[in-house]
Write a protein that binds this ligand. Structure first.
Ligand code: 13P
Ligand code: SF4
Length: 332
């Protein structure tokens, strides 16, 4: 087994051979029972991981599951900030993830030392941060939000309240537009949701006039402007499942198509095209996780996510605030 420590002090990766004859689904299910483990997966994970998971969801759903679980071992198939959130909510439980290097370009676009200075320049502002950020940013925030609850949380605050919204300028801009607020935005973005081509989507819509274009609010303003429905991954999925329409152009990471097709096999789903010809609407961070790595991380309980207790407590406060507000506002 090779283990490495990277330059930001996180424990690195496992590098083991796996017997190719192993039925990894059966092995993972066996390990779940043996270790009282729960596998939580985001919709952007590869199909096999989604199929073996105990729960698949968006960021809010995953955080809620992490908070409620009675499992001893939380296996988080998602990216680093999501596993971090699970640890923040569950200090006594072991949290492991298939690949500790599964980061997030949006989270990386907001380093805590720079954000601290930005915050100091706006002393009378409340800080609302999108959950796609590091524990360091959470610790500098007043309220966390996700794409499912961001708008309602902002609307629940007095109109005159000055707000900094970080790190996603696209989600922040979308909420400003929806609510008529003028939140100060951190200039961050997601590399996956910024790659969609307005021109190609417009052409696709012309070729499929019956198709509804569904988009995640991390997309750029011009792309959101032509969307028929905008929502978090769960909200988009529910929309495609429950709406009478039968074809959709999907403006978010391609992993979501797996559940869309499972829920509505009779409907047509077309991934929204990126500006270039590579598969850039696949999140390279999410897709670092594989079924093999998931199996290894459950078997060896490595790599484990650990956190400094002071940081954890500081990062927990704004998450608790989000959970409380989401419950009060009746957000599912
Ligand atoms: P949600 O699943 O909360 O909509 O977030 C999307 C995302 O980009 C996760 O990284
Ligand atoms: Fe981060 Fe974007 Fe990947 Fe989500 S899709 S994990 S926001 S890089």
């Amino acid at each position: 087994m090779t283990e490495a420590v990277n330059n930001i002090g996180k424990v690195g990766y496992l590098n083991l051979e796996i017997d190719p004859t192993l039925d990894l689904f059966a092995e993972i299910n066996k390990l779940k029972k043996e270790k009282n483990a729960v596998v939580l997966a985001h919709y952007y994970q590869e199909d096999d991981i989604q199929d073996v998971a105990d729960y698949i969801g968006d960021s809010l759903g995953l955080a809620r599951q992490a908070q409620q679980t009675t499992a001893d071992l939380i296996v988080f198939a998602g990216v680093h900030f999501m596993a971090e959130t699970a640890k923040i909510l569950n200090p006594t439980k072991k949290v492991v993830l298939p690949d500790l290097n599964a980061g997030c370009s949006l989270s990386d676009s907001c380093p805590p030392f720079l954000f601290k200075r930005f915050k100091e320049q706006h002393p009378d502002h409340l800080v609302i941060s999108y959950i796609n950020c590091s524990a360091g940013i959470k610790a500098l925030s007043d309220i966390i939000c996700t794409s499912s609850n961001a708008q309602k949380i902002v609307e629940s605050l007095p109109k005159e309240q000055k707000i900094i919204f970080a790190p996603d300028k696209n989600l922040g801009g979308f909420i400003n537009k929806q609510t008529g607020r003028n939140m100060v935005l951190w200039n961050g973005a997601c590399m996956v949701h910024e790659i969609f081509s307005l021109e190609k989507i417009t052409k696709l819509k012309e070729r499929h006039p019956e198709a509804k274009f569904v988009a995640h609010p991390e997309c750029e303003e011009a792309v959101l402007a032509i969307a028929d429905f905008i929502g978090s991954t769960t909200q988009i999925l529910d929309y495609t499942k429950n709406s009478p329409f039968t074809s959709f152009i999907v403006g978010t990471e391609t992993g979501i198509l797996h559940q869309m097709i499972k829920n509505s096999p009779e409907k047509m789903f077309i991934p929204a095209p990126p500006t270039n010809s590579c598969a850039c609407n696949d999140c390279p961070h999410m897709k670092l996780n594989t079924l093999e790595k998931l199996y290894l991380c459950m078997k060896y309980e490595l790599p484990e996510l650990t956190m400094d207790e002071d940081l954890r407590l500081a990062a927990k406060k704004p998450i608790d605030r989000m959970m409380q507000l989401s419950n009060e506002l009746g957000i599912k």
